[in-house]
Design a protein around this ligand. Structure first.
Ligand SMILES: *Cc1c(COP(=O)(O)O)cnc(C)c1O
Ligand code: SF4
Length: 369
């Protein structure tokens, strides 16, 4: 199915991010344009969409091969009743107790030197695996475009000298109007102890036309800015997304990737190897590979830690180090992120360390204290 035919955009519309945003497939009505919904499941789908929104840009939908029920982009986009009914033990709405570390609404201060600002609940595409999906349908979740919320968060940062990095996170900060985003950046830049601004956004993947010249020439004035995005599958790397990344990078904004390990989508050595290598080739540094968190409504995406570990084993030393992300798991109860790494050091005493090599050989390495 081609959504372009469905929507018949006029020339230039497709490349216009505002058109893409306005014409998102949304709600039950939009979903019915994409998949058939049997009459006896309509009620369940209604419940599902009430709890967890559905919206998707025509651009991202156009990447789906609808003849494949397991299409990796479809699975990230199209609501699935398993979000309601597939429950494994242990998953909860907010395993990280983010609320506990929120001194003012919309701001999370969990690690000393950096804070996370939830800028809006709006996203171009609501990723079915999102670990903040609890927030989508909640009224009263702050939106940085609300003056008083923004004010309180900025004042908190101003008065906390230990904060050297501010992470604008989601929802997706790039769905704020340029003028509001610029106002936030300008204020942050006026705080001497804020050295670095990070923007977490999926726009390069789900709405690459958002990264236009206007945005980039604005962003470049507030550097150092780092953009972290989320490519999960090589099929998301298109000429358009490549152009979006290129615009950022040539504006002096480094781009890193935080992929999520997703069952049936990318929990496969061949797919991840291709993803990471192709990301490096478009100047995106694979930064993290997140294990899919035990968040309610995402259970069907979770694979095992041992599978993730096995994939990392097979990458390390086999592909360039610049292609390899840290595989991390966000620990429940605000435990922070833990890194899962293959270990090569077997023992270390008596002036000698014993290593195994990537080929499984044993090597002695002499050392002196
Ligand atoms: C992951 C996370 C960060 C950023 O951590 P990095 O390791 O610097 O990427 C900041 N705040 C919170 C609450 C987080 O969960
Ligand atoms: S763009 Fe990010 S915040 Fe928005 S739904 Fe996707 S993962 Fe969640």
């Amino acid at each position: 199915m081609s959504s372009e035919i469905h929507l018949s955009p006029r020339p230039g519309d497709w490349e216009d991010w505002r058109w893409q945003f306005r014409n998102r497939f949304k709600g039950l009505h939009g979903l019915k344009k994409l998949i058939p919904i049997p009459r006896n499941q309509e009620g369940d789908y209604k419940d599902l969409l009430e709890l967890y929104h559905f919206a998707a840009t025509p651009y991202y939908v156009s990447l789906i091969d609808f003849s494949d029920p397991d299409d990796p982009i479809r699975q990230q986009t199209v609501p699935d009743l398993r979000e309601l009914f597939h429950r494994k033990g242990g998953s909860v709405e907010d395993p990280f107790l983010e609320q506990h570390f929120s001194p003012v609404p919309g701001l999370i201060h969990r690690f000393e030197d950096r804070v996370l600002l939830m800028s809006t609940t709006l996203c171009g595409v609501y990723c079915r695996h999102c670990n903040r999906k609890r927030n989508w349908s909640k009224k009263g979740v702050p939106n940085l475009s609300m003056g008083h919320v923004r004010e309180a968060a900025l004042r908190y940062i101003e008065s906390h000298l230990e904060v050297r990095e501010v992470i604008l996170s989601g929802g997706d900060p790039l769905y704020l109007r340029d003028s509001i985003l610029e106002e936030v950046l300008r204020r942050l830049r006026s705080i001497p102890h804020v050295e670095v601004i990070r923007i977490g956004t999926r726009a390069p993947v789900t709405l690459p036309m958002r990264i236009d010249d206007d945005l980039c020439s604005m962003l470049r004035r507030y550097r150092p800015i780092w953009v972290n995005t989320q490519f999960n599958h090589p099929r998301e790397i298109t000429p358009q997304s490549k152009l979006a990344v290129d615009r950022l990078v040539t504006s002096g904004i480094p781009v890193c990737n935080q992929a999520v390990l997703l069952k049936g989508i990318n929990d496969d050595i061949k797919i991840l190897k291709e993803l990471f290598q192709r990301l490096q080739a478009i100047c995106v540094k694979p930064y993290y590979l997140f294990h899919c968190d035990p968040v309610m409504g995402t259970d069907h995406f979770r694979t095992t830690l041992s599978k993730g570990m096995a994939i990392m084993e097979r990458l390390w030393g086999k592909i360039g180090g610049l292609c390899i992300p840290h595989y991390v798991v966000d620990l429940p109860n605000a435990g922070g992120k833990a890194q899962l790494m293959p270990t090569y050091l077997l023992s270390m005493d008596g002036g000698e360390a014993i290593f195994r090599t990537i080929d499984g050989d044993i090597v002695k390495y002499p050392f002196r204290d």
